[in-house]
Ligand binder design. Structure first.
Ligand code: ATP
Ligand code: MG
Length: 372
């Protein structure tokens, strides 16, 4: 039976008509970033909060609602530098660069010309900004000061999971340059219920769900405070129900969906890893291969080989044990002690249980290549 009548609201890129639960955040962004920008005054806003709390959807909503500005959205997850992100943004504004390796000065001057030509101010949104800001504090400073230094309306919203100020030194930005902080809090169960209810009403046939089911999903997603987890569970459960030919989405469909998603595996999680940590994780994937688990000595050998391959043999602070602890804390790997059989002692093994190793390997490889 057809249960999903409109799949779009279940898709992670869907932007709802209204984002009621983030009206406080939207108002804050409008007051501190958008309204001053309309007057030509640039400022910077750092939005942060856990995965799935609505940072990206709020940013995209702001873009949709402000067509009188030149708005550009950039996801910096796999960009090698802040300069690359901003020059990409320039390209999206319609400026094709013929010069290679352009600098900040060229970029901001070109942006100014563009802004004056079009008589519009520029709002730049950089999502997953953690790594590019952390690796280039000087560039970050130029960006914050660009509006004043070059004399045109440019505001930037940077989005990341942690408060980015922990890796930007406090005195980097002279007082007087407006930098705002905005934390997105985890959603409560009843908020998640509301978000799910709306998506159900928009996408499923009426007989496919009820409040008990929605509350069941909200209860699972509550531990992460994440609307991403909530909606993904709903989407997968609905498809599973349809696939098995059910008349409605059952709690067992939700359980099966729960087993399919790993809420810790988001791009954001990987973006928190540095090159050494990515190498270690890739080594684990390689050692596991098509098997079930691996051990530290295989990972250590494979990591040495990979560091050689990527020409980073002297990667700073490559301490495998510290890295393994971090990967375990972030939920990307699990380690266990298992017996080796009769009197042969025990061994520490490493497993990846929640996602296909092949998918993870590919993602990591492309991230490493871009970090180099
Ligand atoms: N207040 C809300 N109302 C309706 N839908 C929401 C709300 N907040 C988040 N969502 C939905 O939840 C999903 C996750 O939100 P979003 O992608 O904005 O999270 P995020 O904070 O950017 O997470 P990440 O750090 O993992 O990128 C999206 O499908 C989004 O549409
Ligand atoms: Mg996001």
């Amino acid at each position: 039976m057809l249960l999903v009548r409109d799949p779009e609201p279940l898709d992670s890129s869907y932007i709802p008509e209204k984002i009621n639960l983030r009206s406080r955040e939207i108002k804050y962004i409008n007051q501190n970033l958008v309204a001053p920008l309309r007057e030509g005054k640039g400022s910077t806003l750092m939005a942060y909060g856990n995965s799935g709390v609505g940072k990206t959807v709020t940013a995209k909503y702001i873009i949709r609602e402000n067509s009188d500005l030149i708005t550009v959205y950039e996801n910096a997850l796999s960009s090698s530098s802040l300069r690359q992100v901003i020059s990409d943004a320039l390209m999206k504004m319609g400026r094709i660069n013929t010069v290679s390796n352009i600098g900040f000065d060229y970029i901001f001057k070109t942006m100014k010309t563009l802004s004056l030509e079009k008589k519009k101010n520029i709002l730049l949104i950089i999502d997953e900004a953690r790594n590019v800001v952390r690796s280039d504090p000087e560039g970050f400073r130029s960006l914050v000061m660009a509006s004043e230094s070059y004399g045109f309306g440019l505001s930037t919203m940077l989005i990341s999971i942690e408060n980015p100020m922990i890796y930007v030194q406090g005195d980097l930005i002279r007082p007087g340059y407006p930098v705002f902080m905005l934390k997105f809090s985890p959603y409560t169960r009843s908020e998640l219920f509301g978000i799910l209810k709306e998506r159900c009403d928009q996408s499923l046939v009426e007989s496919a769900y009820d409040d008990v089911l929605i509350d069941f999903i909200a209860g699972i997603a509550e531990q992460f405070g994440s609307a991403r987890v909530a909606i993904e569970l709903l989407q997968k459960a609905a498809h599973l129900a349809e696939y098995r030919g059910g008349d409605y989405v059952s709690s067992d469909d939700v359980r099966a969906a729960r087993a399919m998603i790993n809420p810790f595996f988001t791009e954001s999680k990987l973006s928190e890893l540095d090159a050494g940590e990515l190498i270690a994780l890739l080594s684990i994937c390689k050692c596991i291969g098509s098997g079930i688990r691996t051990n530290v000595s295989c990972v250590s050998r494979s990591a040495a080989q990979l560091r050689e391959e990527y020409s980073m043999p002297r990667i700073r602070n490559f301490n495998l044990y510290r890295i393994l602890r971090k990967l375990e804390n972030s939920g990307l790997i699990e380690s266990k002690i298992i017996g080796l059989g009769d009197r042969r002692g025990v061994n520490k093994v490493i497993e990846i249980n929640d996602l296909p190793v092949s998918v993870l390997s590919e993602k990591i490889q492309s991230l490493i290549e871009r970090l180099l």
